[in-house]
Design a protein around this ligand. Sequence first.
Ligand code: ZN
Length: 419
Amino acid sequence: MQTVIGIDDTDSRERGMCTTYAARLVARRLREHGYRVPTLRLVRLNPAVEHKTRGNAALAVHTAAPPSVAFEVATSVVDERAVTADDGTAPGVVVATRSDERVVSFAADAVTTIHELDEAVRLIAAAGYRSAGWGGGRGKIGALAAVGAHEAFEEWTYEYIAYREPDRWGTPRDVDHDSLFAAADRAYPDAWDTVDREANAPVCVPNAPGPILYGIRGDDPFAVATVAAGIDGEPIHDRALFVTNQGTDVHVRPGELGNLSDGRAYRVTGTVGDEPETRQGGHVFFAVGDGDQRLQCVAFEPTKRFRNRVRNLREGDRVTVVGEVSEGTLKLEKFAVRDPVESEPRPPRCPACHRSMESAGAGQGYRCRDCGTTAPGTVDVAVDRDLDEGWYEVPPVARRHVAKPLVRGGFDAPTHPER
Ligand code: ZN
């Protein structure tokens, strides 16, 4: 195994540092020293973790450099760049030289569960890895997960990140709208979530201050680079291609109603119990159930047009919902319509006058008040549905980093991708 450097939590909300930028600096210095750096890996960990930096990312730098050099370079970059004085900034660096099964499981679990710092510290010692921490060293958790990630996860995508000239950080970004949308269209769907065409929004351009000009995501490293090459805008200071577990749904596990924990994301099947209801703030709530079990689900206002899909659900629809459970409520990322209600019982119409018949009393069937015609019971009437079978998803503007876009394929039902 090569030397793998894990880095986490060098984000500073105030100064706009960014862990991917620190990893890029480490890679550049190693190359200046003459060492190969074949892979930069951007690993998204459990998006529900409390102490997270934005997006809960950790980075791994794979290099041919010996561990002593790797450690020296990585710690000096963090020393120089990380704004450790900031509240909540607690960087960690871990350097691994050999594979360790326990670290691989730690990495696999880091995307669905919450690890404690002392667990990471123990494991680093047991594996014989070098490590360093700042401001309490909480970042060692993500750094350790990052060094085990390449063996823990199977599915990988790419992100091509372009960085701004440092003197422009914090100023409005200059990215040409038309060239961006044209480049995004040409590369779709090999590159996805570059823009939100319906919302007319450049999803790849961050809003927060920081060194990133844009990040192009996709299944194909050439496609994402081609999109970047087609974008006009301010000068690029630096660029890097990351291998990443973004867009893979790696945080989602199968779940059963009645057996779900807060802070984890699930795929759960049930029957719509309460019809969708739009509440204050524009959030749309409904419940799925199975027997005695019920789970409240919500599509939040920022999921925008996705809420219209949710509003089209009706009582009795068989659905699979996907999202993170928080305080007993599942925050929807996508859902599949498995078996939609296609008809509903209605009072029969009178064959003579065509008016709706009325109940003649419990168990007495139906009767036309005017004609006296009777009928034994309700009749099933076809319902017009604005929802087809298959998967629906939040639009690109509302997508979480780890959530898998439907256009990537591999789903167990027809898909209705948003773009
Ligand atoms: Zn009648």
